[in-house]
Write a protein that binds this ligand. Sequence first.
Ligand SMILES: CC(C)=CCNc1ncnc2c1ncn2[C@@H]1O[C@H](COP(=O)(O)O)[C@@H](O)[C@H]1O
Length: 282
Amino acid sequence: MSDHQSQRPHSSSPERHRGAVTLRREAIPTSTADQRLLDSRHRGDWKSRDAWRVLRIQAEFVEGFDALAELPPAVSVFGSARCAPHSAEWALGERLGAALANAGYAVITGGGPGVMAAANKGAVAAGGLSVGLGIELPFEQGMNEWVDLGVNFRYFFARKTMFVKYAQAFVVLPGGFGTLDELFEALTLVQTGKVTRFPVVLMGVAYWSGLIDWLRGSMAAEGKISAADLDLICLTDDMDQALRHIVEADPRLVAEQEAAEEAAVSHLVHDQLAADEAGHEI
Ligand SMILES: CC(C)=CCNc1ncnc2c1ncn2[C@@H]1O[C@H](COP(=O)(O)O)[C@@H](O)[C@H]1O
């Protein structure tokens, strides 16, 4: 008898154990897991159980990690699925995709239409890697034609993990609920220290100003966030400023800068020690 079993209190009624779960009386199933798995008549409802879904969710994370692990440094771009081709927002998305690709970043979008397609198109035109993380929706929708590496997700939350995990920054163009969800998720992760050095750029000053005013005038003024939390956002229409904000926080550059600073300090200490020694000898 194992230690685990010997610690169980004796009970007159029969019981069954399923991992950490103890089952007694009416809760004991009349069939075994093997029976339910092998009995084809029940295959349908077995698949709709949450335990089965957990495996599908797990598989979705594994597939996402597998497909994206070797991605070069990347930036996730968000924005409206509904902006029309040839609109000003489309043009901004395309310019942004190209600028990011020219700066050496892969461009990750939701793989859908609108701003997503524009940013993917810009990235492809500039010779960059164009990535789409699609989402299964109630209506049929393929990846936009400018996605070169596409992964389709069933679950929003698994997909959202990929946007953060494989990007060094978020750039958010004008959009609706989906875009706000992605923006505020990033801000919450940075605010709570779940991700560090993660630049969030908002492009489209006219569109976002009302929201920023409200965040400052109501949310921060009433103490729901600190004024410093607003510093997490870089609001600009200027492509160079957006790029600078991203590049300056790039972990590769930051690591190089920290190494250079450490080297300078150790030289200084070394010189000081040498000078002290020379002073003693005199
Ligand atoms: C025409 C239409 C509504 C298509 C929807 N097709 C979509 N395909 C892929 N990602 C999407 C889609 N809709 C919303 N999203 C996600 O939510 C954001 C856009 O939502 P919204 O349009 O701002 O609220 C995108 O950044 C994207 O990640």
